[in-house]
Design a protein around this ligand. Sequence first.
Ligand SMILES: Cc1ncc(C[n+]2csc(CCOP(=O)(O)OP(=O)(O)O)c2C)c(N)n1
Ligand SMILES: [Mg+2]
Length: 364
Amino acid sequence: MTSSEEPARPGAAAGPQDTRGASLQPLEYDEPALQLLLGPTWDETLMTGYRWMILGRTLDQRMLGLQRQGRVGFYGPATGQEAVSVGAALASGPPDWVFPGLREQLLALARGHALETYVHHLFADNVDPARGRQMPCHPTARDVHYVSMSSVVGTQITHAVGVAYGQKLRKDPGATLAFFGDGATSANDFHAGLNFAGVLALPVVFCLVNNQWAISVPVEHQTHVAVLADKARAYGIPGARVDGTDLVAVIAATRDALARARGGGGPTLLEFVVFRMAAHSSSDDPKRYQPKEFQEKARERDPVERLEGLLKRLGRLDDAGVATLAADADARVRMAIQTAEAAPQPVPDSLTTDVFSSVAPTPR
Ligand SMILES: Cc1ncc(C[n+]2csc(CCOP(=O)(O)OP(=O)(O)O)c2C)c(N)n1
Ligand SMILES: [Mg+2]
């Protein structure tokens, strides 16, 4: 249904809605502030983050193009949301487990999962760890504790809470990060997951990525709550709204919530406000339902340009550096695509590999 066909909701216009992130004024950082927030190696941290963010942007552009050419089956871009994945990767450590939504693959890469392996997955070939049996953009990256995404909206929340319960029982040093969208906050698993985690004080950080759309449904048609982070209060846990287009803010908020979780302080709900700068997926056309002002506003809050501006202002990056890093990202992605396109297709015999310990004979 397009927005023009939707019935007007009387409450939507009247309420104190601020679900579009208008209240988040972009912060300007100076060196002392960055030292305080990120430590003495703040510039290395931000340059590393910038490299990953442009790699993610490059991947999105190339993969959407390949999908249109019929070379990959499906793609869900994360354009506009890169700082969330990269910030969470930089703030978390090896013992932490990640339960992603559709747009957190860059997190797996920034935690050390090989780009080539991920691109094999997108091409669903025989080198893909799931041997082509998963939908593209649903990688499994066991090496970095990144669990394959569950396509059923919200279900990863309860899966993550179960793992966090296990971590608590086993006195594991790590915590669990659960990523989901604004749409998922209206799903049953959101309530079950946050309630259970609150009652048992589990080491989990709920990373709600509010990109303001659930396919064609704008967030104000999803909920009458003005600030989604406020939902935390119903479960007796802390909640915070964070500018998800600001890498520094994402790192600081995630690091603090993870420290609380690991230290026995229980769960936190972080609402990262971002702008979905691309279509929901390669199967969607937002021009049919999104007001063009949304994309204009989104471009003003582009996380990649924002970080680039900060690094330039502080003298850590110039135009030549930007061009070199963009060329590096492009070369890495091109190489990974070439390798994947040369890889063999999955063989039928691999259908049950890693699924059953012994396979029953096929009935004749
Ligand atoms: C239970 C369920 N209902 C519907 C869908 C179809 N669907 C896939 S993604 C999506 C929207 C999700 O929106 P949100 O949670 O905001 O995440 P985003 O896609 O914006 O990252 C829907 C409705 C689904 N996969 N599962
Ligand atoms: Mg959404």
